[in-house]
Design a protein around this ligand. Structure first.
Ligand SMILES: NC(=O)c1ccc[n+]([C@@H]2O[C@H](COP(=O)([O-])OP(=O)(O)OC[C@H]3O[C@@H](n4cnc5c(N)ncnc54)[C@H](O)[C@@H]3O)[C@@H](O)[C@H]2O)c1
Length: 258
């Protein structure tokens, strides 16, 4: 029997590329999955896609608003009766020269990626203490090392990597594990959006520039979201009870030389 059978899993950014994949993997293992996202159309589409696989439900939530998070968590607990695993997937991308960045770009990125991740952790912890549950955050290779033109995103994901350590230490005596994954470039709508917005009209050129950083050289290719989902399930598994306060890189070795 699966270790996730009848466990209740909450996935933020659950209408996005990784969120859908992560939700599906937990459903395959018999979990009850609650997806949440700011974008209701994405949630509806994700639910329709996931429904044949098992118990999935959704709640709309903007993770930049603490009151919204509190309502969403209360709703999930009301419907499900418990919470075992929280996966913080909601995120946004920004890039560009630091001297041209706007206050809005800073606020949006930090608010979704860092504030949102922190407060979803914060407001779900009381439920996770009851179940000795766990949290898996989605950081990034950009949360491990710096990249030119990535200052704000680096700050947001570096923050995610560090709050994962701090929360892991803080919650260890309470039986709650907190870990993160740090993927490099994953083939999702976010990556497509990056190329469209920042590629200067040359989408293939944008992709080429990303891939040429990889140690695999000519053999480099984008990471599939299914691989991220596999690693999230690994970290959420009670079989790896000793793993906490850590960040697992899923980046083809990209950050190994940092
Ligand atoms: N795709 C990549 O290359 C890559 C690499 C490393 C890390 N990441 C991180 O992985 C996570 C998932 O990214 P993805 O590739 O699936 O992107 P995605 O754009 O497909 O999904 C992100 C989801 O977050 C939701 N979201 C955005 N703002 C929100 C808010 N305020 N409240 C609630 N939901 C909100 C979006 O609606 C979207 O459905 C993100 O945190 C991202 O930063 C992505």
């Amino acid at each position: 029997m699966s270790e996730f059978k009848d466990k209740v899993v909450l996935v933020t950014g659950g209408g996005g590329g990784m969120g859908v994949c992560i939700g599906k993997r937990f459903l395959e293992e018999g979990a009850k999955v609650y997806i949440t996202d700011i974008n209701e159309d994405r949630l509806k589409k994700a639910k329709a896609e996931m429904d044949p696989m098992g118990a999935v439900d959704y709640v709309v939530c903007n993770v930049t608003k603490v009151a919204d998070i509190e309502k969403m968590v209360a709703e999930v607990v009301k419907r499900a009766g418990r919470l075992d695993v929280v996966v913080n997937t909601a995120g946004v991308w920004v890039e560009g020269d630091s001297w041209e960045m706007t206050e809005d770009e800073w606020d949006r990125t930090i608010n979704v990626n860092l504030k949102g991740t922190f407060f979803v952790c914060s407001r779900t912890i009381p439920e996770l203490i009851k179940t000795h549950g766990c949290i898996v955050n989605i950081s990034s290779d950009a949360g491990i090392g710096g990249n030119p033109g990535n200052c704000i995103y680096n700050a947001s994901k570096g923050g995610v990597t560090l709050i994962t350590k701090s929360l892991g230490l803080e919650l260890a005596p309470l039986g709650v594990r907190v870990n993160a994954v740090a993927p490099a470039d994953v083939e999702t709508p976010m990556l497509v959006g990056q190329a469209e917005v920042y590629g200067g009209g040359d989408i293939e050129g944008y992709y080429h520039n990303l891939l040429r950083k990889y140690p695999q050289g000519e053999r480099a290719k984008f990471i599939q979201p299914s691989e991220i989902a596999e690693c999230v399930l690994f970290l959420a598994s009670p079989k790896v009870d000793s793993i906490t306060a850590t960040t697992l890189s899923i980046d083809c070795g990209l950050t190994a030389g940092y």
